[in-house]
Design a protein around this ligand. Structure first.
Ligand code: 2P0
Length: 349
């Protein structure tokens, strides 16, 4: 019997020895946020989260097994990866080797079409693509649930980018293997919901505090964290129902309060973590102005100053204009719900 951990070489694994195995994955933006881990080694979140996978800024990753190489080699946008980014990829390759029982070093080439480390979910698309390309290269034959669980080990939000459209990531229960098994993403049905997400890029630079460090500090020191985690549970149940109804106002209101609450937990951490900049606040004012003018528009922010505004597709151009007026100099990208991660077999680069 084949399990997640023991697999025969697949066609993709054989091609990985030659040209490499290439996967493409898109970022996702959480409407109900994941913030905080209850197990840092296994990357188990404290709370369930729910996201929309986007149709912009894909990551393309090629994994090539290199039996003759002395070690793994990792390039990010054409340059050798360094520091924490390199270590996280190599740790992930170690996990793939442990699971597959193989030992070949790998060459990993990752290209982000959006900004890296700017709170635009580059680690979500990055580890979803690496999980898919890497699992295929090392001959692991995994279904989408197992891939999602695997991607989570690279970055918890990556578990959601395996899927198209809306996805929930379960925080799971218990500890150790039980927690690992119980924490994965799955699609959430939203048959009549196809909104726009207007991304206001107020700063495309990498964040000063990594989300990993910021989460740890928030969980350890913020007196608001437990209250937010409890309210997030209720938010998720309400948002799921609103998604099913295709109710943009309800989805937006819940997503906006959930995001502001998450940032409140960070502001109350000791010392505070503040990702929101004056330009962020200017965009938030622009969103309030839109609503007062009768345009349903709702904001969400992640571990960075950029703002994503949920609105009807028909209003997207108007929302984009309002956002640009509110924060002159910011660039604006209009996204919609996008595809799940996919494998390009036998692609030569
Ligand atoms: C999310 N964020 O749910 C939340 C909301 C940012 C704010 O997941 O440590 O890069 O790799 O699991 O996934 C960003 O953090 O953190 C994130 P790790 P990740 O999308």
């Amino acid at each position: 019997m084949r399990t997640d951990h023991q697999a025969e070489p697949t066609e993709a694994a054989i091609s990985a020895l030659g040209h490499g195995t290439t996967a493409v994955a898109y970022p996702n933006i959480a409407l109900i946020k994941y913030w905080g881990k209850r197990d840092e080694r296994l990357m188990i979140p404290y709370v369930d989260s729910l996201s929309m996978t986007l149709d912009v800024f894909p990551t393309t990753t090629t994994v090539r097994l290199n039996p003759a190489a002395p070690a793994d080699s990792v390039t990010l946008d054409g340059s050798p990866a360094e520091g924490e980014a390199r270590r996280r990829v190599i740790d992930f390759l170690e996990l793939l080797r442990e699971r597959s029982g193989r030992s070949e070093p790998a060459t990993v080439d990752t290209r982000n079409s959006g900004p890296t480390g700017a709170g635009l979910a580059s680690s979500a698309s990055g580890f979803a693509a690496l999980a898919l390309a890497g699992a295929a290269a090392y001959g692991l034959d995994l279904d989408r649930t197992a891939l999602s669980r695997l991607a989570r080990r690279g970055s918890a939000s990556a578990s959601r980018s395996i899927f198209s459209g809306f996805a929930i990531c379960h925080a799971g229960r218990g500890v150790g293997a039980a927690a690992d098994l119980g924490s994965y993403a799955e699609p959430v049905p939203a048959p009549d919901f196809d909104p726009a997400l207007v991304i206001a890029l107020v700063d495309a630079g990498a964040k000063a505090v990594s989300s990993r460090a910021a989460m740890r500090r928030t969980v350890d020191t913020s007196p608001l964290y437990q209250a937010w985690a409890a309210s997030s549970k209720a938010d998720l149940a309400e948002l799921r129902a609103a998604l099913w109804r295709g109710d943009l106002d309800a989805v937006g209101e819940i997503a906006e309060r959930n995001a502001l609450g998450m940032h409140a937990t960070m502001l109350a951490a000791r010392p505070a973590v503040r990702y929101l900049s004056p330009a962020t606040v200017a965009v938030l004012d622009g969103v309030l102005w839109l609503r007062s003018d009768g345009v349903p528009a709702y904001a969400t922010m992640d571990a960075g100053p950029n703002v994503k505004v949920l609105c009807h597709r028909a209003d997207a151009a108007r929302v984009a204009d309002a956002v640009s007026d509110a924060a002159p100099g910011c660039s604006v990208v209009i996204a919609r719900r996008g595809p799940g991660a996919w494998l390009q077999k036998g692609v030569e680069r």
